[in-house]
Write a protein that binds this ligand. Structure first.
Ligand SMILES: [Zn+2]
Length: 538
């Protein structure tokens, strides 16, 4: 089981998910299945457990997210987390409709939201959960709106989706959202407050974000004291000044936003300063945003470092550590950080031997993160996680292969890769020729970070095994652990399953193969030895 993470890469939370009651441990049949669900905490359980833990979480959502990320599984098991599944992907089920997936999950005892409904123009009850006629849809939305408070858990809206997958394909996506789904957000809770000050935040790319500091108010059970103002256009739209009384909401119940000014102050309209408060460099404008263009800006260096440690998931090293190291002059940049000996901190208050050992362990553990994560963590401008993924997919599995292409190919080379635009292509050449970046990459390599893409099942080597379904049993001389064989099958276009069924086409049998071999023989399935398997793949 993995968390949603950044949308592309999540964290492995398998052990913690196993503590959630009600999830089935076995399916009725052997299928490849990826299930999506939401882990949550009931409102009343939140009250009880949050009080017990000293009110560290603002709301049930934060509590659930914080709990599932915990390292100690017994701490997770102590919290009555629940899960509701709402979607799944399976190539084995060949479903053309979300309803079929829903029914499969329900029949296999996955906990499903009782609020899910299907609607159909000409209702034909061919499903276990018969759809209602279309015209009842708006009525149902209305009904849920009124019942919102009656749910034992917090909800922030409804999503209405097209069920038919072919139709989803046809509708496609806008730049950010699918065209086949519609989010129906409930009206946000809001409260009155006053803008006490407006500060300027500089991000790691230099992006300028004005931030309103407001008189703390309670909204939806949490204290709100800051609201993002995005950019000058947003401020102009609100006609916002320091001292204004404002209406603040939590949009989608998460991000505080200033909805409108309810009472003007004497102050003039707030204007973003023309230069960076931290390094005095004049801002430059790109689109709706302003940027501090100085790569050595102390704010940018700090945010880059915070991004680095957070992306690499360095446990026990967070924003406050980074700030301390920079503010006290222990380090001046990422390069210094990589050489830093955490033992130096023993003279600082609050940094006992135990804490220092934990920080060292956090740093060491991050060296297991993939090459892709390491590259992402560097936050190279214009080379985001998506571009990195494309590069890796195209066989650039280490820094040297990228440098070779820069030296040997024409300057237009990277642009010819599908999905890489001109800006990114130029950025690749610029960054991977930049002595500063190259010395950072050397340092990471020296420190033992993952600087090579290890082969994974995502890589396609051939289609030799397409339309085959394999079960692997016994032990092998060439594949240790056995998962290597499963990986190879997938890389050559085959599929794998954990148990033998009538759909199985091949059984790869190693030494000491047991009951699976007997069953495969009785079903007349092709039995393949290790030697034959290696010959098949050539
Ligand atoms: Zn600056």
């Amino acid at each position: 089981a993995v968390s949603r993470g950044n949308g592309l890469v999540g964290n492995d939370i398998t052990a913690n998910v196993k503590t959630i009651k009600g999830l089935p441990e076995k399916l009725s049949s052997s299928v490849d299945l990826a299930v999506r669900g939401e882990i949550f905490l009931d409102k009343k359980d939140f009250e009880v457990y949050n009080t017990k833990m000293g009110n560290i979480y603002a709301n049930p959502r934060n509590f659930a997210a914080g709990t599932i990320r915990r390292i100690k599984t017994e701490e997770v098991a102590a919290v009555p987390l629940k899960i509701l599944c709402y979607d799944a992907y399976s190539s084995d089920l060949s479903a053309d409709n979300a309803r079929k997936i829903h029914d499969f999950l329900a029949l296999n005892h996955f906990p499903m939201s009782p609020a899910i409904r299907f609607f159909q123009e000409n209702s034909a009850p061919n499903s276990l959960f018969a759809p209602a006629p279309f015209w009842e849809l708006s009525q149902y939305v209305e009904e849920l709106l009124n019942k919102r408070q009656d749910f034992p858990y917090e909800i922030d809206g409804l999503v209405i989706k097209v069920s038919e997958y072919p139709l989803r394909e046809e509708l496609g996506y806008t730049a950010r959202h699918p065209r086949w789904a519609l989010a129906f957000k409930f009206e946000s809770p809001q409260n009155e407050s006053q803008v006490e000050d407006i500060t300027i935040q500089i991000g790691r790319t230099g992006k300028v974000t004005p931030l309103a500091l407001i008189t703390p108010v309670q909204i939806a059970g949490s204290t709100v004291s800051r609201a993002t103002l995005h950019n000058q256009d947003y401020i102009n739209g609100l006609e916002l000044s320091i001292g204004d009384k404002v209406l603040v909401s939590k949009r989608g119940d998460i991000i505080p936003a200033i909805e409108k000014v309810t009472e003007k102050s004497e102050h003039p309209l707030f204007q973003t300063p023309a230069a960076c408060p931290a390094c005095k460099t004049s801002f430059v404008t790109k689109g709706a945003h302003q940027f501090c263009p100085n790569p050595d800006c102390p704010e940018r260096i700090r945010e880059k470092l915070v991004y680095f440690v957070q992306t690499l998931d360095m446990e026990n090293i967070g924003r406050s550590t980074v700030e301390l190291l920079l503010n006290k002059g222990y380090i001046h940049n990422l390069s210094d950080f990589l050489d830093f000996d955490f033992g130096t901190l023993e003279t600082e208050t609050g940094f006992g031997p135990k804490k220092i050992a934990l920080m060292r362990a956090g740093f060491e553990k991050s060296k297991k993160e993939s090459f892709k994560t390491v590259l992402s963590a560097l936050g190279l401008e214009e080379i985001g996680p998506k571009a990195i993924e494309i590069l890796l997919d195209h066989g650039f599995n280490d820094v040297q292969s990228i440098q070779r292409a820069i030296q040997n190919e024409s300057s237009d080379f990277f642009k010819t890769i599908h999905g890489i635009g001109e800006t990114t292509a130029l950025a690749i050449i610029r960054h991977f020729s930049d002595p500063e970046v190259l010395s950072l990459l050397d340092k990471l390599q020296l420190q033992g970070f993952q600087m090579r893409l290890e082969p994974s099942q995502n890589i396609s080597l051939s289609t030799k095994l397409s339309d085959t379904l394999w079960v692997v049993t016994g032990s092998f001389a060439s594949f240790q652990p056995r998962e290597r064989a499963l990986e190879l099958i997938k890389q050559h276009g085959g599929r794998t399953a954990s148990s033998v069924s009538k759909n199985t086409t091949h059984l790869l049998a190693g030494e000491n193969a047991g009951s699976k071999l007997t069953k495969a023989q009785s079903l007349g399935i092709k039995i393949i030895s290790e030697k034959e398997f290696l010959e098949m793949l050539g």
